[in-house]
Design a protein around this ligand. Structure first.
Ligand SMILES: [Zn+2]
Length: 363
């Protein structure tokens, strides 16, 4: 057992046991979470939150090696996912990944080799099947305490800071959502906007908040680093939904991430830029879709060769179908109706920053 495992497990066993059973500590947690978590041996994040509570009768969790680390799984993942690279570089204080348990356990092995601490989250989830979303899931149907015995959908926490892994675990276990956002380093404006948008995202957009972000941001030349529309294919720079594509805190964070990624994985960073800097169709009520692999031409127009792409949830059937088929002729019919949210133009010195001509579809 690695030193990290033993420390994480010991801290978790002690803190979960104490938080679930000691009423005095529970009261202190509500009034002064900082102090209460410190009493559990955790150097808590400076936080103004005062409403952390333990769901006393609902805590049910497995804290053995298997549930926390799945030690029987070997690493076959040589390249770390972007959030883990950002955590390893210190740009991200804590990374939260989602996926099938065995994949996550393999990623954890690689993270440990890279000097990170980590463990799998407390629950396993039954997920909605969302066609065309790859392994990505926005909504969960049900959750149970995981024993680490199956390849169910789970979460993984990794950080250079062992305490932060344990605090992230407690936040997942007790549904301290705001605190988790803070631990993950998400801007507070974006965390608040997410909480506000979530009920509508569930009701209308299969739990995908991106549509609301596009609607609220409006048309513009947005920083490509904030393009969160391609995360289904593992392509992303930030891991949160920004309150708006003009959110200054998110842009600052995204630039910091890009710098780290460029330093640690230059090729991956360049690939992200190429993939994320694409125009996005905004066809009003018909829906929204990133035009995958569209390229800016020297005459300042966009060329899209009909590479198959997918509309965001809630889009009209006709648009969805045309996109699925990569049918540029059909897509072209939507062009007169659309606005374009353009992620690619960022730099003040960029010669394309003043004007653009829109999308040209080429069959
Ligand atoms: Zn924000």
């Amino acid at each position: 057992m690695s030193r990290g495992w033993k420390s994480i497990q010991t801290l978790l066993v002690t803190s979960v046991q104490r938080l679930a059973t000691e009423q005095k500590l529970q009261r202190l947690l509500e009034q002064d979470p900082q102090q209460a978590l410190r009493q559990c041996g955790l150097s808590a994040l400076q936080t103004k939150l005062k409403d952390l509570r333990v769901p006393v009768n609902q805590i049910s969790v497995w804290l053995d090696d298997n549930a926390l680390f799945m030690p029987h799984v070997n690493s076959e993942v040589s390249n770390l996912p972007i959030p883990a690279i950002l955590a390893a570089s210190g740009a991200k204080p804590l990374a939260l990944l989602h996926g099938p348990a065995r994949d996550l356990a393999a990623i954890l092995r690689s993270c440990e080799s890279a000097g990170l601490f980590g463990c799998l989250g407390p629950q396993e989830y039954q997920v909605y099947s969302e066609s065309g979303r790859g392994s990505y899931h926005n909504l969960v149907q049900d959750q149970i305490p995981s024993r680490g015995m199956s390849n169910a959908w789970r979460t993984l926490l990794v950080s250079v800071d062992l305490d932060r892994v344990v605090l992230g675990y407690l936040a997942l276990l007790c549904s301290w959502d705001s605190y988790l956002g803070e631990l993950l380093g998400y801007p507070d404006c974006c965390a608040k906007a997410f909480a506000k948008r979530w009920p509508e995202a569930v009701a209308k957009y299969e739990g995908d908040v991106a549509t609301q972000v596009v609607e609220d941001s409006g048309q513009g030349h947005w920083d490509w680093r904030l393009n969160i529309l391609l995360r289904y294919s593992g392509c992303e720079m930030i891991q949160h939904f920004p309150c708006s594509f003009s959110c200054k805190k998110s842009i600052k964070l995204a630039k910091k991430y890009e710098l780290s990624l460029t330093q640690y994985a230059p090729q991956l960073a360049a690939e992200q830029k190429k993939k994320l800097a694409v125009p996005v169709l905004y066809a009003g009520k018909l829906g929204i879709a990133p035009l995958v692999e569209a390229e800016l031409q020297s005459d300042n127009s966009w060329q899209w060769n009909g590479v198959k792409t997918q509309a965001l949830p809630g889009a009209d059937k006709s648009l969805k179908q045309a996109l699925r088929q990569g049918d540029s002729k059909k897509i072209k019919k939507f062009i007169p109706k659309i606005k374009i949210v353009d992620f690619s133009i960022t730099s003040k010195n960029n010669k394309y920053s003043k004007k653009y001509k829109g999308v040209t579809c080429v069959s």
